[in-house]
Design a protein around this ligand. Sequence first.
Ligand SMILES: [Zn+2]
Length: 462
Amino acid sequence: MSVRFFHIAGKKQETARNALSHSCRALASSIQHNTWALPTSLLITGASQLLTLRGRGPRRGAALANLGIIRNGALLVRDGWITAVGTRPEIEALPEAAAAEKLDLGGRVVLPGFVDSHTHLIHAASRAEEYELKIAGASYEEIARKGGGILNSVKKLRAATSEALKQRARRALTQFAGYGTTTIEAKSGYGLDVMSELKILRLHKELAAEQPLDIVSTFLGAHVVPAEYRGSSAGVNSYMALLTQKLIPEVAEEKLAEFNDVFCDRGAFTREQAQQILEAGRGEGLVPRLHAEQLTHTGATQLAVKLGAASCDHLEKINASDIAALAKSQTVATLLPGCDFHLGLQKYAPARKLIDAGCIVALATDYNPGTSPTMSMPMILSLACSQLRMTPAEAITSATINGAYALRREKGLGSLGVGKLADLAVFEVADYREIPYYFGMNTCWLTMKRGVVVHAADKAKT
Ligand SMILES: [Zn+2]
């Protein structure tokens, strides 16, 4: 069979006819094939707009709007990697194209698979029970004081089995793929004790090995201080010691994470504590990143710049001198408008100021049960356009190449060029601007990871 299909919810990758799900079978049968062996080369044609995002990443300022569009575009893929990109006549003229398996996308829009650089993938359950309180006007912090919030998720996670957590995460990964996402970052942070934090990070590793999406693991033991350490400064200090002297060294030793994150805000960790935790991680080879300036202004952005953090995320309360410092740095400003939308807050991060100042802006879902229960990057693009006043082109760049840069993966991910992974999202639209324009709808028609189809919409059956 020509095009491989991967069942995310199932076992390891299967490659023959039997592996094709019912929803994908007709799609596959419409594709020419003449061998049961794995295809070495795949010719993809029929992209009315092929958004290559070619050029050097990351993008700042005016370059954010440059999508590198090829009309009537085509790609040649070998063993999961892109070997040629151009117009259909150019690519079809290549000697390798003649023998390649064929996939015609029928005039749809193609872009790099989304790189979602901020998620809290592993959690035990939704927090729908808090939703009405939020709607009635209770603040995030008031809900936390009533026993809700992050500590509510911690309680649920500690009680959950690894298998139950994994099942839930697998379903989420299927949905991520369904919206065109091919790489996600995943944070721990709902365990907050040694056993539970390691359990989450080990699940990242297991899930990365058994399903096709890339999962980039981040340690977030410094999400909040867990209940059993609260109420005294001695308690907080002993949790700090647990993080810096036990958990971080263990995470690094077992290679369970690449990044170390801290929620630096009122009710979580101070700037000084964040610095201590991030420096401890850096000493063990974990790259810093930060939840910064979400609920209050803490100076976390300046700390992120000072420490050379990969990203600082949220930034609703960022000020002018923070923006100036970020613009001069390589630290990515990751915006998470799903949070403000879900919490009903009017104060979105100042994306235009960040872009105009020359910051590297990324967009992510912040998929989590408390503040942003969505896996839909297209919905995030809609929010970025309507609420952050980003253009569709700026939003797409922020969700692809700049997201990849935030995860230090820009060499292989986030754009479509020779030597990049064949990670594609194909949308059932006539123009890329329609992706955010149709808000709350999923127009993703097909998702490909490393040259393998991981999502095919029902429409593909016909
Ligand atoms: Zn977060």
